[in-house]
Write a protein that binds this ligand. Structure first.
Ligand code: PAF
Length: 286
């Protein structure tokens, strides 16, 4: 496996392969790789001839009060996973190479980024959209894989690629979960044992909402209220948002008449967790 740090060297490697007709798969990450990333890497390995994984903790998507400084950076562990999964290039640019002196162009994010994470984390999605655009420009992949865990990010990236004609095929893969249902995330390591035991509450709340829909209640208020009850039973958890939304626009719906996404964000102590579930409205008997 090659480790490339310079953006120019990354592009030169990819351009050489593109000219030879090789399809390049790409999994962008911030490192601290877990089973969720491994699943994306395996899928990309199957779908493409050559495979690049980027590891870059992108400073511009963190708010001033967020965890940029303490974000886990286990680079030897990450490289070992990449080697095990047959990655061809681990792209590890420095912050100086990504944002050199004089850098000034950023991507303004679309409406799908306005609510939910966009409200809770101002500038986050502009940072994500900008770095993803830059990484695509450097890696020149044919296809890039993202996890459904960051649902709003995946919708944003699809919109970005379409609006800016980036010419990358975006594949979104289902969330990988721990045995109890907690969505895998690099930030789960921040949870104390007690918080870890309670962290599954968010998934339980989404599941409870999905059950309401499955038994035929189409009123989004009723779905939300059941989701809310599950979280408020845990006095140490605070809700950032629980929502029933259109999965394309991420606008809240009043009634569940087709596929919806249940979105949630909670706080346990200083840890913030997000999760989501896609749910189909049950077919009406005719
Ligand atoms: O999902 C992530 O890990 C990051 O937001 C991404 C897409 C690598 C951009 O920094």
């Amino acid at each position: 496996m090659k480790i490339i740090r310079s953006p120019a060297a990354m592009t030169a490697w990819s351009e050489g392969l593109r000219r030879a007709g090789v399809t390049i798969g790409f999994v962008p990450t911030m490192g601290a790789l877990h089973e969720g990333h491994r699943t994306l890497i395996r899928e990309a390995r199957l779908q493409c001839d050559a495979l690049v994984v980027s590891i870059f903790v992108n400073p511009t998507q963190f708010g001033p009060q967020e965890d940029l400084a303490k974000y886990p950076r286990p680079i030897s562990h990450d490289r070992a996973i990449c080697r095990q999964e047959g990655v061809d290039v681990c792209f590890e640019p420095t912050a100086e190479a990504m944002y050199p002196a004089g850098f000034q162009t950023t991507v303004t994010v679309p409406a799908v980024a306005r609510r939910w994470e966009g409200e809770a984390r101002p500038h986050h999605f502009s940072g994500v959209a900008t770095v993803v655009t830059k990484l695509f420009g450097m890696v020149r992949p044919h296809r890039a894989l993202f996890g459904q865990k960051d649902f709003q990010q995946s919708v944003l990236v699809q919109q970005l690629v379409k609006d800016l004609n980036l010419g990358v095929d975006i594949v979104v893969r289902p969330t990988v979960r721990e045995q109890d249902g907690l969505a895998m995330s690099s930030r789960n390591i921040y949870l104390s044992p007690d918080e870890r035991a309670r962290a599954v509450t968010l998934y339980k709340s989404l599941q409870a909402g999905a059950e309401v829909i499955k038994v035929g209640d189409t009123d989004a208020k009723a779905v939300r209220s059941v989701m809310d009850q599950v979280v408020t039973r845990e006095s140490t958890i605070t809700t950032d948002y629980l929502a029933v939304c259109d999965p394309r626009t991420l606008e809240p719906v009043s009634f569940v008449t087709s596929r919806v996404v249940l979105l949630g964000a909670i706080r346990l102590g200083s840890v913030r967790l997000i999760d989501n579930l896609l749910v189909n409205a049950p077919r009406r008997a005719s």
